[in-house]
Ligand binder design. Sequence first.
Ligand code: NI
Length: 255
Amino acid sequence: MFIDAHAHYEDEAFDADRVEIFEKIQKAGCEAVIDAAQDVKTAELILSMAEQYPFLYANIGVHPHCAALFKDEDMGEIEEMAKHPKCVAVGEIGLDYHYDFSPRDRQKQVFREHIRLARKISKPVVVHDREAHQDTLDILQEEKADECGCLIHCYSGSREMAKIIMKRDYYVSIGGAVTFKNARHIIEALEVIPLERILLETDCPYMTPVPYRGKRNDSELIPFTAKKIAEIKSVSLDSVFEITRNNTKDFFGLK
Ligand code: NI
């Protein structure tokens, strides 16, 4: 049994067969899924899914890509949704300097406001950091994210950054990218991240692990990612499943 700590099943890529996929992944051993919002609209969709499906939980927040279009007056609606019992974290939030779809100042502002919200409602944050490592670390520290708990999803930082975030008691979630040919950096970083701080994720429909890279991703493919982590950590596949599953339950407060 395993848990998918970060997915996007509200994505239109699943519109045609979402119900079948949910049945399939549960049969494959996926016990729970944490689905992360991008904006107000996806947050509403995910919450309605979470109300319908007991195994599905929500992260509510505004992705850096959507920060430009996000209106400050909608923060109240985000807060209301984030208080929902099936919302287990504020996310996904953060900075993306690779695409720069939103101006960086706006990304930073929306990121900070969400960390403040997370602390206010005592739920952890789930962070997206793409080519924005230093600013991400600075803002998380200035806004005291360690007080609410912090997960860096789809970790792509260096080994040095990993040491810093381990000192701060953050967690990381690892997806299909660890199986890619160019995964050397992630593998080096994972050497200084204990298994007790690692969660498994898909980020589906994206980030499909080898040997299915290029196809649509879903939680059934998590064992390929877990197997790679088992190799890196020289432990059994079962211990990776068991430990990451416990980590995910602890981090999000799942029963
Ligand atoms: Ni994501």
